[in-house]
Write a protein that binds this ligand. Structure first.
Ligand code: SF4
Ligand code: SF4
Length: 382
């Protein structure tokens, strides 16, 4: 068990809050959920509104707070916001884009402002794959520079990797690259076809299992933690592996976690809107950055009231409302499937995870053409 996660009532407050400080970014990634473009939006939350949001995060005692984008370094008040978070006792991680804006001086200033962790993206094992993914040549080299500079000044580094059809063939080489770098956490994302993310790039359920197997093997020997994003069924995979290892006479010991937000074992089911909240650049509050259905806006309501009381968030936390095989699954309390991917492929965030190969015991799918109106559509009055 993860004591920090276990101490939190997900109906009361999230474990992770991510604020998209801007959608502006100079990269043009093929999978960008934000459909980012170079200029800042005129309706972005202001500096004062951002500080007010940080105060709410502090009052809610959210353990993990991430400033993301777009590219957060496009905001001139970034250091002021991080400094404000530090004075409020909020630990901040940042996901800047690897562009010419991310210099050694900026990374040093970020650390002095109180940044707790730098997260950079690495989506290929070589420059050709990564730069094609990111839409800018030189991005791979800049990412390695940023990791090197952060290592030099003792700033912990997280790497985010999104697996899709574009890089799955390099999976073993990417794993080897991670082993060669000095990092604290490898955060493995699985594509959700939203924004610029394309359905054609989505991995099959079988390929999900192959990536799970690779990161599970790595987690047993890596010096860093590994967590997954939008692959809640990795927790089901972990439990199955341990059962199989025990049956085979292996100890199947839990993998010790080195950071608070790691998912090295199978803790309670963190999911979209359930322990997780995303605040957009204009203040809309979403269950995830990959699930573009809002529960409210922090310009009109408090973050706590939206998270605790909006029908969308309350419904997403109620596993009895899950539909399809996720609703029938014995793993739904620890897994529940990606609500974002269900929404992206079906328009129903309570539908079944489309990329899970597991079939719950005794589950019989409804015959085609006999689908009932979904709980989500009833809630929406559709
Ligand atoms: S770096 Fe991030 S925000 Fe910028 S284009 Fe790529 S995915 Fe989008
Ligand atoms: S069927 Fe749904 S709840 Fe069950 S393991 Fe797969 S994704 Fe998770």
């Amino acid at each position: 068990m993860n004591p920090l996660i276990d101490s939190i009532d997900f109906n009361d407050r999230p474990f992770i809050a991510i604020w998209e400080v801007t959608q502006a970014c100079d990269l043009a990634c093929v999978h960008c959920r934000a459909s980012a473009q170079p200029d800042r939006h005129p309706m972005e939350l202001s500096t004062d509104e951002g500080k007010e949001l940080i105060d709410q995060i502090a009052a809610l005692k959210v353990p993990v707070f991430v400033l993301t984008g777009g590219d957060p370094t496009k905001r001139p008040d970034l250091f002021e916001l991080i400094d404000h978070a530090r004075t409020m006792g909020v630990r901040v991680s940042l996901t800047p884009s690897a562009t010419p804006l991310l210099t050694r001086d900026i990374i040093v200033r970020l650390k002095w402002s109180g940044l707790a962790r730098l997260a950079v993206s690495m989506d290929g094992a070589c420059a050709a794959t990564h730069d094609a993914f990111r839409g800018m040549s030189g991005s791979f080299a800049r990412t390695l520079d940023a990791i090197h500079w952060a290592n030099e000044i003792g700033l912990p580094v997280q790497i985010n990797t999104t697996f899709s059809r574009r890089n799955i063939a390099e999976m073993d080489a990417i794993v080897a690259l991670m082993e060669s770098l000095n990092i604290t956490l490898w955060s493995v994302f699985f594509l959700v076809p939203t924004g610029r993310g394309k359905l054609d790039d989505l991995l099959s359920a079988t390929e999900f299992e192959e990536v799970f197997a690779a990161i599970y093997a790595l987690s047993k020997k890596a010096s860093f933690d590994i967590k997954t994003t939008e692959a809640q069924h990795y927790r089901r995979f972990l439990l199955q592996q341990r059962v199989a290892e025990r049956r085979a006479g292996a100890v199947g010991a839990a993998i010790p976690e080195k950071t608070a937000d790691a998912i090295g074992r199978a803790p309670r089911g963190l999911n979209d809107g359930k322990g997780f909240v995303f605040i957009s650049h204009t203040g809309d509050v979403f269950p995830s950055g990959f699930l573009p259905v809002g529960g409210g806006n922090v310009r009109r309501q408090t973050l706590a009231s939206i998270y605790r009381e909006s029908p969308l968030f309350v419904g997403l936390r109620d596993t009895s409302k899950l539909e399809g095989k996720c609703g029938a699954c014995e793993f739904k309390e620890i897994c529940g499937g990606s609500r974002s991917r269900a929404y992206a492929l079906t328009g129903n965030p309570l539908g079944e995870e489309p990329c899970c190969s597991y079939v719950p015991k005794g589950y019989v799918p409804r015959p085609i053409g006999t689908a009932r109106p979904t709980t989500f559509h009833v809630l929406q009055g559709a």
